[in-house]
Design a protein around this ligand. Structure first.
Ligand SMILES: *Cc1c(COP(=O)(O)O)cnc(C)c1O
Length: 459
């Protein structure tokens, strides 16, 4: 195919896209003017667009393609399952083999207090399910007043009504009358922005104690649960000080409230442990799972329900009036089984913990010497760079987000997917990335930082 013909195809697709397709988290009008990048295929850690250009995917799609692209054994598992049984529901006392096997495997892989799963199609739906389970739990225990769930500002828990309400994104709350009642937010444990003069560990305790203050303010008898991402992802890969989570757990126990870890990003190995709660040494009552569960080869999410809650939901009887047509979808569950088989066989969690994670973190931290970079942080296969106006005085750019956008656009143009959250540049590469590919990621990132600095007249 000639280059001209390829370009014509790209333009045709872009025109149809602009005419008919409303994209998520997008300014529809602006995108229609610019035209979408059409991604047509992928292999390993590389994407290829409709003009044949290769891009290193530093974001694993959207934090999900942990085993990399082009895994035939996952494709085969899906095809086999579609031939055998493409669909049957799990309502009305029915089940299918992949859903049952996956439930048992998840009970094995998650921390010991988890022995039950409720399947959804996404992380958002899983968090909606948790809101309903928390409230039902307290109802069944005769404390229906405990309907409040506490979350953090700048958290991300999805885009459904409850997911967006649990999240702490001001822009999302500004559209559509959110949050829904009885969801409140406290400070996020963002040391670089809020810690000012405190040592990180001291700041972590202070941020955690906002939870106790909020519980006292609302009334301890009104609060049912606290939810947090072990490491905030969409908020900008915000890694809390090590003191934060144990103190949060202590406060939850002191007041008897449930602890929810949204593991949609951290789960299945991204931190170098199977789950982010294990990285921080806490024992939650719920886990939200999605993304890495299938490495994105099929949509699937779920709620891991801890024994404390499961005993009540099961033991007290009565129907839980909640479920999705696709709950426990056999093809999605077969894909999750094939994906997790790869993660185990190739020891990818151990690889993130012992080899590629430490290598990525070492190379990534070399970017700290760049004049635009105020802080470098990361854990496992997660990384962030804070771009600032003055690194010594920790001064952010006045127009927060403008510089991040410039840098992100340079990345796209130079063959790297690196995402911008305000002026924080973030990465979450696939676990199968090689050391050579990490070198390439870091050198492309540095080149794009240089180009950004040149645009700003900074040397
Ligand atoms: C992506 C994400 C969600 C939402 O998952 P969807 O599958 O997009 O609904 C929820 N929580 C966290 C932490 C996420 O990163």
């Amino acid at each position: 195919m000639s280059t001209g013909a390829r370009n014509a195809t790209t333009r045709d697709l872009q025109a149809l896209d602009a005419r008919h397709y409303l994209h998520p988290f997008t300014d529809f009008q602006a995108l229609a003017g610019e035209g979408s990048r059409i991604i047509t295929r992928a292999e390993g850690v590389y994407l290829y667009d409709s003009d044949g250009r290769q891009v290193l995917d530093g974001m694993s799609g959207l934090w999900c393609v942990n085993v990399g692209y082009g895994r035939d054994e996952i494709v085969e598992a899906a095809a086999r399952q579609m031939r055998e049984l493409p669909y049957y529901n799990s309502f009305f006392k029915s089940a299918n083999p992949p859903a049952v096997e996956l439930a048992a495997l998840l009970a094995e892989l998650t921390p010991p207090q988890f022995n039950h799963v409720f399947f959804t199609n996404s992380g958002s739906e899983a968090n909606d399910t948790i809101v309903r389970m928390v409230r039902r739990y307290w109802d069944l225990l005769g404390e229906p007043g405990r309907s409040v769930i506490i979350s953090r500002h700048n958290a991300y828990h999805g885009s459904t009504m409850a997911g967006a309400s649990l999240g702490g994104m001001a822009a999302m709350h500004g559209q559509g009358g959110l949050p829904i009642p009885d969801i409140v937010h406290i400070e996020q444990p963002y040391w670089y922005e809020n810690g000012v003069d405190l040592p990180p560990e001291e700041y972590g305790l202070r941020a955690a104690r906002r939870l106790a203050e909020k519980i006292e303010q609302i009334g301890p008898g009104r609060v049912g649960a606290f939810i947090g991402e072990p490491i905030q992802g969409a908020g900008g890969v915000i890694v809390p000080p090590d003191s934060y989570w144990p103190e949060i757990q202590r406060i939850c126990r002191e007041y008897g409230i449930l602890l929810i870890a949204d593991e949609v990003i951290c789960g299945f190995g991204r931190t170098g442990r199977w789950f982010g709660c294990e990285h921080f040494g806490i024992e939650p009552d719920f886990l939200t799972i999605a993304k890495g569960l299938t490495s994105g080869y099929q949509p699937l999410g779920g709620v891991m329900v801890g024994d404390r809650v499961a005993e009540v939901l099961i033991g007290r009887g009565g129907e839980f009036h909640h479920g999705y047509t696709w709950s426990g979808h056999p093809v999605a569950c077969a894909v999750a089984l094939a994906n997790l088989a790869i993660v185990r066989r190739e020891r990818l969690v151990e690889r993130v913990h012992d080899e590629i994670g430490p290598y990525l973190q070492r190379r990534w931290r070399e970017l700290a010497d760049h004049p635009l970079v105020g802080e470098v942080r990361g854990v496992g296969m997660l990384g962030a760079l804070e771009l600032v106006a003055h690194k010594g005085s920790r001064t952010f750019f006045r127009d927060r987000g403008a510089v991040g956008t410039i840098c992100r656009d340079h990345c796209f143009a130079n063959g790297l997917v690196m995402r911008a959250v305000r002026d924080t540049m973030i990465i979450a590469p696939p676990f199968v990335i090689t050391t050579g590919e990490v070198d390439e990621l870091v050198s492309r990132a540095r080149r794009c930082l240089d180009l950004t600095a040149a645009d700003l007249g900074i040397r």
